[in-house]
Design a binder for this molecule. Structure first.
Ligand code: MG
Length: 287
């Protein structure tokens, strides 16, 4: 199915949870279609049995629903606060590196079975010192994932989070693979207190493969290590019209994935429904 420029989609997760009580792919897709979308990014939790690939492939075909990115998450990750993210998330923690590399390659194969052209993950806090052993090990791991994804005809997108734009740009250039890029999340830069996301998007423009439309407010100034708070789209500090204006300026024409992570299911669905409408209006105004 051909997607329109800036087609509005949703970041959602496989398995049991807010999208489906049974874990059935068809039930998740039906819930998404009720929100008025026909595409999205599929998140794969660390404990999902990847043998469900054929059930997903069949359900997507039956429902004419397009998944354009498969996201990998890993067992043992926690986003409680900034030190916990540094200790537990992505490719950075040495103890889980080998296990997570194997899982990422398996998720790439899972995505290939679904015919999805891009995989993504949050690799965690990249050290800024490029002689740091963790920096070197993670860069090599990212290269191996890129090479595996390339054999599956896929791009590999790094979720943006904590890195200042210049540091992330240097890392992407250092990885030096044609299929590496980013999934730009404007709210994460605010939640981690990294910098203005719209400026960052200007610096990283040529590397953007896909985007999250998520909103949030800056961390409290007086609590060390605290993260900012996620908010419904339009109710945080990103400034959606300014963000979409910058997407237009860099020439981005791909889909807009709404990401809303609040735990309350009814609240999440309600906020996504409002976000679909907000983005539809901005799309009409700006594109
Ligand atoms: Mg995100």
């Amino acid at each position: 199915m051909q997607l329109n420029p800036w087609e509005v989609g949703v970041m959602f997760w496989a398995g049991h949870g807010p999208w489906s009580q049974s874990g059935d792919p068809g039930e998740s897709i039906a819930a998404l279609k009720r929100l008025g979308v026909r595409c999205g990014q599929l998140g794969v939790p660390g404990d999902l049995d990847l043998a469900c690939a054929s059930a997903w492939r069949d359900a997507l075909a039956r429902e004419s629903f397009t998944v354009y990115t498969v996201f990998a998450a890993y067992n043992g990750e926690s986003y409680a606060d900034i030190p916990t993210v540094q200790r537990t998330v992505g490719f950075i923690p040495p103890a889980t590196r080998a296990e997570r590399e194997a899982r990422t390659l398996a998720v790439s194969d899972f995505a290939a079975a679904l015919g999805v052209p891009s995989i993504a993950t949050h690799i965690g806090f990249i050290p800024e010192d490029d002689t740091d052993p963790d920096y070197i090990a993670v860069r090599e791991m990212v290269r191996r994932v890129c090479d595996h994804a390339a054999r599956n005809g896929q791009k590999f997108a790094l979720e943006t989070g904590q890195e200042p734009a210049e540091a992330l740009r240097s890392f992407l250039i250092d990885v030096n693979r044609e299929n590496i890029g980013i999934n730009f999340d404007p709210a994460n830069m605010i939640l981690y207190g990294t910098g203005d996301p719209v400026e960052a998007l200007g610096i990283l423009g040529e590397h953007v493969l896909s985007v999250h439309c998520k909103d949030g407010v800056w961390p409290p100034e007086n609590v060390a290590g605290a993260l900012g708070r996620e908010r419904p789209l339009g109710a945080g500090d990103v400034g959606m019209e300014r963000f979409l204006g910058q997407l237009k300026a860099i020439g981005y024409r791909g889909p807009l994935s709404i990401e809303r992570e609040t735990q309350d299911r009814a609240e999440r669905l309600r906020d996504i429904e409002s976000a679909v409408s907000l983005l539809g209006n901005l799309r009409h105004k700006l594109l």
